[in-house]
Structures are given as structure tokens and as C-alpha cells.
Design a protein around this ligand. Structure first.
Ligand code: PDD
Length: 302
């Protein structure tokens, strides 16, 4: 009998998970990419995480727009229409019995002998997986979460959703070791850019919602874009501008957004309680309003 590879074991007793790999749907244990894939060699690729709730993708259109922008910035060709990509997304979710959770997709420049410069244009690699997850964590909504602050050590283009996520992984681990949920990265001017896998927001004592402008310094989150629409619809005051750590610590409320967490209230930054040290009224209101927005697919709804 053939020895079992270690990476096969975690899925052994679980329902067989199915991945899409370059045109084929395969059980995870059979899903493979080449060791010379440029994603593996150089992190030469992009990704998207698209949330699904009640079987409906949330803002799939905005995710695909951002994916095409990221790929174009890296001159990676992507030979599939949005419609075809959405068929694969739906199929991967269906084959994994996911109705609430997310689809992960990764596109790399493809397979080539290791050389820093680009190979002759070839076939990009596309891998897609799906995972069930409750997108609204009632416990975290009730308690709120803690964040720590860390220096932003990433490259100068975090607006490109590249798979090069080492600084993000290091930051998240630091947060975990500190008993926090997320780490807010701080640029050289002392301003908060964003979390390691989420966007950062505060509510000033004057009731203004503040989040950093979507420049090259942050990923323009799709949840961020959705929440901006919700804020406009609610008639709230908003400012897209930089904010510093001291301003964040003195804020009335703080929150974060991402596709896999929707909206979570932040109740402590480093050792400083925010507001009354519990989830604030506006964070709760925005979380409820965003859930309504997401229920119909976000801005994809017709
Ligand atoms: N991360 N900023 C960073 C650095 C991110 O990695 C993410 C998302 C966000 C929020 O973007 P969105 O609202 O489009 O999910 C902001 C995903 C969820 C991840 O890497 O798993």
C-alpha cells in the first residue's frame, strides 16, 4: 500500500473537498500544481476571496473587477470571461455544499523554469476552492475584538491583491500571540493603513465615520466598498482620509471589514479600550445594515 502523504491526512475523514485546478474538478488529495509554478517560486499571482450567503455571492462583480485590475497591474493574462469564471465559482461552491462561506481563487503567471524575468506568455494557473463559514460570528459581534498595532512592512502596492502575504501572515501571528484578533498596520507617518486581512475604520466622537482613502497604500476591500454604499444610503457622515494610532485610540468606536468577517466591532487597540470598551451602537447598526445589503448579493442585485 502506498504511504499516505501528510497533506492528505487532515481531509481523510472529512467530506471529500473538491478543488478546481486548471479546468478539472478534483478531490483535494489529488489536486496538484507544479513545483515550478511561479506562484510557488515567486508569489507571482493574485487572489480573491468571495463570500457567499444563502447561496448568493456577495458583490461578485466588484471582486472580479478587482481581480482583473490586480492581474493587469502584473501583466498576467487571464483567459476566461467573467461569466465563465462565475460558472466555475458556482460549481466549486455547489460541489463543496457551501451555501454560507467563501470561494477562494488564485491565479498565477503559470509554470516555467525558474527565472526572475517573465517567461514567454503561457497559460496562467487557476485554482479555486470553497469553504463553509458563518460570516456573522454572533459571539465576536457581542464581545467585539481586540487589535494590536504593528509597523506596515509590506511593499508599496498593497492595492494589488497579490498572493505575496508573508508580512500579513507575520502580523496576524503576532496578533494571535498577543491574544488579539487582528493587527492594524501603521505606515511611516504614523497612520493606520489597514489590517493584515481587513480594512480599518473608526467613528470619531463627533459621529463621523472615517476610513483611509483607497490609494496604493491599502487594498480597496469589496466589503469596504459595500459599506461605503450602506453609509451613503443611511445618510451618515463619512471621511476617507488617513487617521493615526492616537486618533484611533481616542475614537468613539472602531471596526473592521472583510469578506470573511463582514463587520466586526473593535473594542481595544493595544491596551486602550475604545469608547466604553464594548461594541458601539454605530458598529452594530452598520453590521445589521451591511447584512441586509449582502443578503441580496450587494451591488450585484438588479
Ligand atoms: N482578505 N485588506 C487586506 C490586506 C486583505 O487581505 C483583505 C481581504 C481586506 C478586505 O477586503 P475584502 O473586503 O475585499 O475581503 C483588506 C481576504 C478576506 C483574505 O485574504 O482572506
Amino acid at each position: 500500500m502506498q504511504a499516505e502523504a501528510p497533506w492528505d491526512k487532515p481531509e481523510r475523514n472529512a467530506m471529500s473537498r473538491i478543488a478546481y485546478v486548471n479546468g478539472r474538478y478534483l478531490p483535494h488529495r489529488d489536486a496538484r500544481v507544479s513545483i515550478e509554478d511561479r506562484g510557488y517560486q515567486f508569489a507571482d499571482g493574485c487572489y480573491e476571496v468571495v463570500a457567499m450567503r444563502s447561496g448568493v455571492f456577495i458583490d461578485a462583480g466588484l471582486h472580479l473587477q478587482r481581480l482583473r485590475r490586480s492581474l493587469a497591474a502584473l501583466s498576467i493574462r487571464f483567459p476566461m470571461s467573467d461569466a465563465a469564471l462565475q460558472v466555475v465559482m458556482t460549481e466549486v461552491a455547489r460541489r463543496n455544499a457551501v451555501r454560507e462561506g467563501y470561494v477562494y481563487m488564485q491565479i498565477t503567471r503559470g509554470v516555467a523554469a525558474r527565472d526572475f524575468a517573465f517567461p514567454a506568455p503561457g497559460r496562467p494557473s487557476l485554482v479555486m476552492t470553497a469553504r463553509a463559514k458563518a460570516l456573522v460570528d454572533m459571539k465576536l459581534m457581542a464581545t467585539g475584538i481586540r487589535v494590536i498595532t504593528i509597523p506596515d512592512q509590506r511593499w508599496a502596492r498593497p492595492d494589488i491583491k497579490s498572493i505575496a502575504l508573508l508580512p500579513n501572515a507575520l502580523g496576524k501571528e503576532e496578533a494571535k500571540q498577543a491574544g488579539a484578533y487582528e493587527a492594524w498596520q501603521v505606515d511611516r507617518d504614523g497612520n493606520v493603513t489597514e489590517g493584515t486581512s481587513s480594512n480599518a475604520w473608526i467613528v470619531t466622537r463627533g459621529g463621523e465615520v472615517v476610513t483611509r482613502q483607497a490609494d496604493h497604500g491599502i487594498l480597496d476591500g469589496v466589503t469596504r466598498q459595500g459599506l461605503l454604499r450602506v453609509i451613503a444610503a443611511e445618510g451618515l457622515r463619512l471621511s476617507e482620509r488617513p487617521f493615526g494610532v492616537a486618533e484611533a485610540k481616542a475614537a468613539a468606536e472602531a471596526l473592521l471589514t472583510s469578506s470573511t468577517n463582514f463587520i466586526l466591532p473593535v473594542v481595544r487597540i493595544d491596551d486602550t479600550p475604545i469608547g466604553e470598551g464594548k461594541p458601539g451602537p454605530l458598529a452594530k447598526k452598520l453590521a445589521a445594515a451591511y447584512a441586509d445589503y449582502a443578503a441580496l448579493g450587494g451591488s450585484d442585485r438588479s
